[in-house]
Design a protein around this ligand. Structure first.
Ligand code: C5P
Length: 307
């Protein structure tokens, strides 16, 4: 591939973590995935993915708990670059450098975020000029949470989560995330969910109208009351230590405590930053989780910060 003078040699893309404000899980589909109705919500914990012109495909990872992230072809970001090169007949490689701030293996879609950022970065680096729908289509091939990481903000996810539509949301919320380093495997949590629901009739998932209304008006109490996660019983069953953590957070001022996605991160929705900081201090005095991180809602998705 020839390098045009207008094409950047290096592109950095910033991408947010997500929490699911709602995760309604339907029956298993014939393809093995579960039908979902989920409300994704981006928070301001960002990974940066830098893509640099290179002959081959290479990847390096730095930042928060980088040693726990595979820096090889099994990394979803690496797969994203390869997929894009294959689809568009790009005859060069790319060097990817990921700087992590999103909690690793925590149910906050860090790997999916890096894949989404890689798509945006390689599109710019290789001068492909792909449309949003085309990027969304590639993202969906990589994983159920990847399309949301492209768009960010607040969005309703249907299908297996990959069909995203923006949700009107006003107001920014304050969050405290409690991280547990020994992760939970997403497939294992879905399997446990199926096991716990064996013998029951599982309804088709639908989004909560109360939650959507509370988001429209930025009503934090309404959001706290209508958040729900149908993977939570499965995550708690596999990691019972999350229960006392959630109970302590609620006792000490959280408006709501909920497992984030498939866990094991616990999201505490807080009244304001002062309450969030106070709860962080209280929880840090104990040993219920490994690390606590403050965050605020963000309307951003994957976006270029330097090119
Ligand atoms: O799409 P993604 O690769 O993120 O999914 C990881 C795993 O989570 C899947 O292999 C599947 O076991 C489970 N999953 C599911 N239903 C979904 C999304 C994920 O069963 N809607």
């Amino acid at each position: 591939m020839t390098t045009s003078p207008s094409r950047p040699r290096q592109v950095t893309v910033r991408v947010p973590a997500k929490v699911n404000l709602e995760l309604a899980v339907g029956p298993v589909r014939p393809d093995g995935f579960h039908g979902l109705a989920t409300v994704f919500h981006a928070v301001n914990l960002f990974d940066d993915v830098t893509a640099t012109e290179h002959e081959n495909f290479e990847i390096a990872v730095a930042g928060r708990r980088a040693a726990d992230v595979p820096a090889d072809e099994s990394n979803l970001a690496f797969k994203a670059a390869r997929l894009m090169a294959r689809e568009f007949d790009v005859h060069s490689g790319v060097r990817l450098h990921i700087n992590k701030a999103i909690p690793v293996a925590g149910g906050m879609a860090g790997g999916s975020a890096d894949a989404a950022a890689t798509l945006v970065a390689c599109d710019a680096l290789w001068g492909l000029g792909l449309s949003r729908p085309k990027l969304q289509e590639l993202a969906a091939q990589l994983g159920s949470d990847v399309p949301f990481a492209l768009s960010g903000g607040t969005a309703l996810g249907t299908g297996r989560g990959e069909q995203v539509a923006p949700v009107l949301a006003t107001g920014k919320f304050e969050w405290l995330f409690a991280l547990t380093y020994s992760g939970l495997s997403t497939p294992a949590v879905y399997r446990e969910c199926d096991r716990l629901r064996e013998g029951t009739t599982v309804a088709e998932p639908t989004p909560s109208q109360e939650l959507l209304a509370a988001l429209r008006t930025g009503d934090v109490q309404g959001v706290a009351e209508s958040m729900s996660n149908e993977l939570e019983p499965a995550a708690l069953s596999l990691k019972p230590t999350l229960e006392p953590l959630m109970a302590m957070g609620l006792k000490m001022g959280a408006l709501r405590a909920m497992v984030s996605g498939s866990g094991p991160t616990v999201a505490f929705l807080m009244e304001d930053r002062a309450a969030s900081t106070a709860l962080k201090r209280v929880l840090e005095a104990g040993e219920l989780a490994d690390e606590y991180v403050l965050a605020t809602s963000t309307s951003q998705g994957a976006h270029i910060v330097t090119a």
